[in-house]
Design a protein around this ligand. Structure first.
Ligand SMILES: CC(=O)N[C@H](C=O)[C@@H](O)[C@H](O)[C@H](O)COP(=O)(O)O
Length: 221
């Protein structure tokens, strides 16, 4: 499965409850459009969306479950229960928050559970290269730059974080996934040229409100 994704584009099809396109019907339509135009995989959030997309579109699925619990900071598939839901929905790869922030289950325990009990691959969503090294050490199958810019320690960084992509490629043996803030085909190509295994693009393709805002701003400027 991973060989088929190498050098390609994964489209993240996500709309949270407050977003205009929220709903698995819309997300499955986005995923279908992505597949028709050559995407090699889909990333999606939550049981309903993952299940609906998987039932309609035959592409590898990176599944997540986003949940903000006030008692800890990690928010992407941070518990075993959430990992099981994502797995039951049909995800092939489960992406997890791998940042060095507070979490409900020790990270190595979550990784072992996903790999051994659920039998799925683990993508570690990190914000720093140190977190990437730790994720590889505890057995994650791939490391993504997803959370650079989204933690207290990295909020000063701009994305796409090409420096992080490059550093992770140099330090890790597992595939490095470029994700977060990629807005143009040129940026996606640059990430691949730096050694990213595949590229994940979300908002620039599947969040029309983001795209509209950029055009409106562009006209004002
Ligand atoms: C930080 C966070 O919550 N990231 C989420 C992770 O799944 C998604 O909201 C992003 O859309 C995804 O990572 C793709 O990134 P971008 O939409 O920038 O291309």
């Amino acid at each position: 499965m991973l060989e088929k994704m190498k050098g390609g584009l994964v489209v993240s099809c996500q709309a949270l409850p407050h977003e205009p396109l929220h709903g698995s019907h819309h997300m499955a339509a986005m995923a279908r459009a992505a597949k028709e135009s050559g995407a090699v995989g889909i990333r999606a959030n939550g049981y309903e969306d993952i299940r609906e997309i998987k039932s309609k579109i035959d592409l590898p699925m990176i599944g997540i479950l986003k949940f903000n619990d006030p008692s800890y900071d990690a928010f992407i598939t941070a518990t075993k229960e959430h990992a099981k839901l994502v797995s039951d929905a049909g995800a092939d790869i489960i992406a997890v928050d791998a940042t060095a922030r507070s979490r409900p289950v020790p990270f190595p325990e979550l990784v072992v559970y996903i790999k051994q009990t659920l039998g799925k691959l683990v993508m570690a969503d990190v914000s720093t290269w140190e977190e990437g090294v730790e994720a590889e050490r505890v057995g994650c199958d791939m490391v993504g730059t997803t959370l650079s810019g989204y933690t207290e320690a990295t909020k000063h960084r701009t994305n796409p974080d090409f420096e992080l992509i490059e550093t992770l490629v140099n330090k890790l043996k597992v595939p490095v996934i470029a994700e977060g803030g990629i807005r143009t085909p040129e940026q996606a190509k640059r990430a691949i040229d730096l050694g990213a295994f595949f590229v994940v693009v979300g908002g620039a393709i599947t969040r029309p409100q983001e795209i509209t805002a950029r055009f409106v701003e562009g006209i004002k400027r």
